[in-house]
Design a protein around this ligand. Structure first.
Ligand SMILES: [Zn+2]
Length: 373
């Protein structure tokens, strides 16, 4: 199926997982797409068409929910729609300023195209010993739901400060601003950052989630600059991955890290770069299972959990594996939010809040259950 999809220039949104359970392909409306569909039929591959008009879905994502309704940075309406890069950083900064007794804003780096990478520490000063938690969103440009989830969790942390009794939170709401801005203005399905690759100027960008210094570029990553999973010329070659590394090592020093992606409804933990189990696999697994159970019980949605390399695929250079192995975070999770492939990266705006609620249930379950164990 892979070779047929490549011949037909069909874009695959995800690699099939180890059970070959779901695969989403796009561009099936042109001649080449129709050839791909014939191939599926001829080989008795079950499939369903979930969206005939991708352009329409893309336009819907950029629309404000009400005609004439201006982008708003008010708490009550912000999460009703997706926001561009400028809106996100302006709002993130202004909310932090509004709650400056608990929020400290930082610029942790600058991208190839000179955009700032922002972070915030949300912390309440009292006598409790606090554990440090990092939440990172938006490493992959096209996963618009990820920064939207960070913004919504940010609001929760600022307004419900009982969450700060036992934990200090560090948040990077949009780690790949250049890629994100590019996905708004030009290619909606762009994944990487916007590095100009000197040796291959035809193909831009590095997959930031393959650029961390953990088994660098050995598996599930490519040295080809044109690949979607190009690892970059060397580990931490990119300003974005370097910014997160330095923030984690020098400021956050987290015991738990959460890396928010889409899509697939998965709560997965190290290792991703090897099938070897981490020493605390049992605990990582048990906590993820509790999170899955709580989401199901409270929201009725089914998520899956497990070790990345066993339920997804092997890949090296990931931020989660690096934080776990090199920055000594004892808990590290990648959460692939909604959905299961029906809309994929085109998740409608009215699913932002439900998607965020599910991720927040996962994070708060893992943190509170770990405290109790
Ligand atoms: Zn991703």
């Amino acid at each position: 199926m892979f070779s047929c999809s490549i011949k037909s220039q069909i874009e695959l949104w995800n690699k099939p997982d180890v059970n070959l359970s779901t695969l989403t392909a796009v561009n099936s409306e042109n001649d080449k797409g129709r050839a791909f569909l014939s191939f599926l039929r001829a080989n008795n591959v079950q499939f369903k068409t979930v969206a005939k008009n991708l352009t329409y879905l893309i336009e819907m994502q950029k629309q404000q929910p009400l005609r004439g309704f201006r982008a708003s940075n008010s708490f009550s309406t912000f999460h009703h729609s997706y926001h561009n890069f400028e809106d996100i950083i302006t709002t993130f900064s202004s909310w932090c300023q509004q709650y400056r007794d608990v929020c400290k804003l930082m610029k942790i780096g600058k991208t190839h195209e000179n955009r700032p990478i922002l972070a915030a520490t949300i912390e309440k000063e009292n006598s409790n010993q606090k554990k440090s938690v990092l939440i990172e969103c938006g490493i992959h440009a096209r996963e618009w739901i990820a920064p939207a989830i960070c913004m919504c969790i940010f609001q929760t942390l600022l307004q419900n400060q009982q969450n700060l009794e036992h934990h200090t939170f560090h948040m990077v709401p949009l780690l790949n601003p250049d890629g994100y801005a590019f996905s708004w203005r030009s290619q909606r399905l762009w994944r990487k950052n916007r590095r100009v690759n000197a040796r291959n100027p035809r193909c831009s960008g590095v997959d930031l989630n393959r650029n961390f210094d953990i088994n660098f570029c050995r598996v599930g990553a490519s040295k080809d600059a044109c690949s979607e999973v190009y690892c970059g010329p060397f580990a931490f070659s990119e300003p974005e991955s370097k910014a997160l590394r330095n923030f984690i090592l020098n400021t956050a020093k987290p015991y738990a890290t959460f890396h928010i992606h889409s899509y697939g409804q998965l709560i997965i933990h190290p290792h991703g770069y090897t099938r070897r189990k981490p020493p605390n696999a049992k605990n990582l697994n048990a906590l993820a299972k509790r999170a899955v159970k709580n989401i199901k019980r409270n929201r009725g949605r089914s998520y899956k959990s497990g070790q990345t390399s066993s339920i997804l695929y092997l890949s090296s250079g990931g931020a989660d594996d690096w934080a776990f192995a090199k920055a000594k975070a004892s808990l590290s999770y990648t959460i692939e939010g909604r959905d299961n492939g029906n809309y994929g990266f085109m998740l409608p705006q009215n699913q932002i809040l439900p998607a965020c609620t599910e991720v927040w249930i996962a994070i708060s379950t893992i943190l509170s259950e770990n405290k109790n164990s």
